[in-house]
Design a protein around this ligand. Structure first.
Ligand code: GLC
Length: 745
């Protein structure tokens, strides 16, 4: 056969070579431009690039020095601003920066955590969708709106694994599981940054808070963290590595100490792991004031010492400590800090500014026409409603209590969150849409139609210390065909610095539920919160419970969509829900121990509580549907995995109900005998499968050596020969099929 030499390098390969060489040329040109600029910079100008100041809307403790920041910007003493938003203000401040000697543009960063103008469900709620495409789209829309308003950089995604619901910041993350968290982290980075950094509809992402911030002792925000290298590498680092592999442009460090060393001054984390082993080329920004806080921690003697320790440990940019601005140049001159490390930090920051195209056009992200178009795009609100519907978890549904029938004569929508609007948005929003939002009551009225009378009574406010309004609520319920009771947290009861020692329903909200039960009007319950709550009586006696988290700008309509069945719920819990505070911390990744609890009746000399149940109220991965699914016929392509082999696990999923629906099938693994004891279950895969009534589909997972691997006692990532149990189910406590395989020596 005549060989066409082009056949060796077909057109597709040629195009790939051309694109790769273009990218390399672009990288070279950025590197050359950075070096050329660095060569002109004084030490003070270099330090200026590592100094980040906040606009007037502080997102942390007010700093003790009110600075004339505009003079600092004009003098080249500021590299980035945070908490500045909108085309007008970003253009005005950028113009000041361009008056500096070297005209280096500013970076504008902002906490665009779950939306800019359009507010999506809080990240923990979005994570309950387990829908990576929808999560990516949500970040994409946020980036589109933010980048049109002058924002170059979002301080998101927060990728901290959160296993203690007392910690208010579980609201901002993806829950308790490292595998799920890693995939969601990557999806959010892709969404924010788009196909490539530098596109005008993209913003730089930030993987935060590096690292292990979610393991704060006792769930108390900012508290110390103490953990083994095993737990750090196995659980808390993977989502950060996934964010880096997805191209995260920046990292943000954390307030906590890790084994006695503040993350901000932790060279092991920032230099050895992040910039060393992982090869991170972006830059690290400190969290708000965390450089200065090293003095408070007792790790630095004064601000100058903190500046030296932070920079040397790999913290490139100082957010709001004024430590670098006030001390770094002197510390270099005193030989306390290597100029080469300052240069490395400055190089990293300037490289991002060049990659964003800011030296070619410093105003390219501040475009009034684009801002108007992006912020007003109705498709964004529709997307917010869709993902909110996918985030709402049906925890319980007995006796067909849900979905509500249309055509009812009357519905009572009661409770302190029934007419909430601002609360639906949750914490960490940029701009509230409360004025244009539908509350749950509004949405139920719209969904029920004009023939149905919808009555509303709050019963009490969210704090619910005063039951004076209960009677009016009972009165509204007495004449109703259906009663919906909306309970939970206000938006500011979860989030940063919102740790709670008691995660029960606030105040006397539970009594409002009991009062309705007492008159024979037991309600369907809608719960809103930024974390798992404890609500045992409601869980025991409500016929149906829907967990809506804080569902965002379109949350009212999304909740009504689920209540009336216009959306069939498909969400699954990304965090375990405890029955009692005493069970905390609780999660699905339990260990067998030497005295396992097999059932609650036999707990003598067992690893069990004698005064409380030993199972969660709702398990990780739990979530019901208005239809039902059957799992059948699990098979593996081969029972033993040899070197280089991959095994395909397959099974049939069938929709055995009367309505279309989506099921998030979950793959779990157990390594029953290993050189380090392994958890009873580890999530190793999931797929969201949509099926029509009666439809069935073969679902496949690929199992490879990576799937079977873990960090051994020397922290080497390894898979050990022997038996492994593969489990497939609808929740971590609802395993439907199982199969053992062997890894050959
Ligand atoms: C806050 C938060 C961090 C946020 C930063 C800027 O204290 O810890 O997540 O990005 O300050 O607002």
């Amino acid at each position: 056969m005549k060989r066409n030499w082009l056949g060796l390098v077909g057109p597709g390969a040629l195009a790939l070579c051309f694109a790769t060489s273009l990218a390399h040329a672009a990288e070279r040109s950025v590197a050359q431009r950075v070096e050329q600029l660095m060569g002109q910079m004084t030490l003070e100008e270099k330090v200026g690039q590592l100094n980040q100041l906040s606009g007037k809307e502080f997102t942390g403790p007010a700093t003790d020095k009110v600075r004339s920041m505009e003079a600092e910007i004009r003098g080249g003493g500021v590299g980035s601003m945070l908490n500045i938003k909108g085309v007008a203000d970003t253009r005005r401040l950028q113009a000041l920066a361009l008056q500096s000697r070297l005209k280096i543009p500013l970076l504008f960063g902002l906490d665009v955590i779950h939306g800019y103008q359009t507010v999506f469900p809080v990240p923990l709620g979005e994570s309950a969708s387990w829908d990576l495409e929808a999560i990516e789209e949500s970040a994409r829309i946020a980036a589109r709106e933010a980048s049109a308003s002058g924002i170059h950089w979002t301080f998101a995604p927060m990728v901290d694994v959160g296993r203690d619901p007392r910690w208010g910041r579980v609201m901002e993350g993806a829950g308790e599981d490292s595998y799920l968290g890693a995939r969601i982290a990557a999806a959010r980075v892709r969404g924010f940054q788009g196909a490539r950094l530098g596109g005008v509809e993209s913003v730089m992402a930030t993987a935060k808070h590096f690292a292990a911030y979610g393991a704060a002792i006792a769930g108390r925000d900012y508290n110390a963290v103490d953990m083994s290298g095993q737990l750090l590498h196995e659980t808390y680092l993977p989502p950060f590595k996934a964010a880096l592999d997805a191209g995260a442009a920046t990292f943000m460090n954390a307030f906590n100490t890790l084994n006695g060393i503040p993350a901000t001054g932790h060279a092991g984390l920032q230099r050895d792991i992040l910039k060393g082993a992982w090869g991170f080329k972006g830059f690290v920004v400190s969290d708000w004031g965390s450089v200065r806080e090293m003095v408070v921690h007792g790790y630095a003697g004064d601000l100058a010492d903190a500046a030296a320790k932070a920079l040397t440990a790999g913290s490139d940019m100082d957010m709001e400590s004024n430590a670098y601005a006030s001390s770094l140049a002197a510390q270099v001159r005193a030989g306390k800090v290597a100029l080469a490390q300052v240069d490395d930090a400055v190089r990293r920051v300037l490289t991002k500014k060049f990659e964003l195209g800011l030296f070619d056009d410093p105003y390219r992200f501040s475009d009034a026409a684009r801002e108007k178009a992006a912020l007003g795009d109705p498709r964004h609100r529709q997307a917010a409603r869709t993902i909110a519907g996918k985030s709402i978890v049906l925890l319980k549904n007995e006796g067909g209590a849900l979905p509500l029938r249309r055509g009812l004569r009357s519905i009572a929508v009661l409770g302190p969150l029934a007419d909430a609007r601002r609360d639906l948005e949750g914490g960490w929003i940029v701009k509230s849409n409360a004025a244009s939002m539908a509350s749950l009551v509004d949405a139920v009225r719209a969904a029920a139609g004009p023939a149905t009378k919808v009555r509303y009574a709050p019963g009490c406010d969210v704090a619910c210390r005063d039951t004076g309004g209960f009677e009016a609520a009972l009165q509204a319920a007495r004449g109703a065909d259906a009663v919906v009771l909306a309970l939970g947290e206000s938006w500011d009861m979860s989030g940063e610095a919102k740790s709670r020692a008691d995660i029960g329903l606030p105040g006397r909200q539970g009594e409002l539920f009991e009062a309705l039960r007492a008159i024979g009007k037991t309600p369907v319950v809608v719960l809103m919160a930024g974390r798992p709550l404890i609500f045992e009586h409601v869980a025991e006696h409500a016929p149906a419970i829907v967990y809506a988290w804080f569902p965002g700008s379109e949350g009212g309509h999304a909740m009504a969509d689920v209540l009336f069945g216009d959306v069939n719920p498909s969400a699954k819990l990304p965090m375990t829900f405890p029955r009692t505070m005493g069970q905390l911390p609780i999660g699905y990744q339990q260990y067998e121990t030497g005295r396992p609890v097999r059932d609650e009746k036999n707990i003598v000399y067992k690893s069990a509580y004698i005064d409380a149940p030993n199972t969660p109220r709702y398990a990780f991965g739990h979530g019901l549907s208005y239809t039902s699914f059957a799992y059948r016929n699990l098979q593996v392509s081969q029972p033993t995995m040899g070197a280089g082999d991959k095994i395909t696990l397959s099974f049939t999923l069938a929709n055995t109900g009367q309505r279309a629906g989506a099921e998030v099938v979950q793959l779990y693994l157990r390594d029953p005998v290993a050189s380090v004891v392994r958890p009873l279950k580890e999530l190793k895969g999931f797929q969201r499968v949509s099926l029509q009534p009666g439809e069935e589909r073969t679902v496949r997972f690929t199992i490879d050596r990576e799937t079977l691997s873990f960090f051994d006692r020397r922290l080497a990532w390894t898979a050990e020969p022997g038996r492994f149990e593969l489990m497939v189910g609808a929740a971590s406590n609802d395993i439907r099929l199982a199969q053992a395989i062997d890894l050959a020596p």
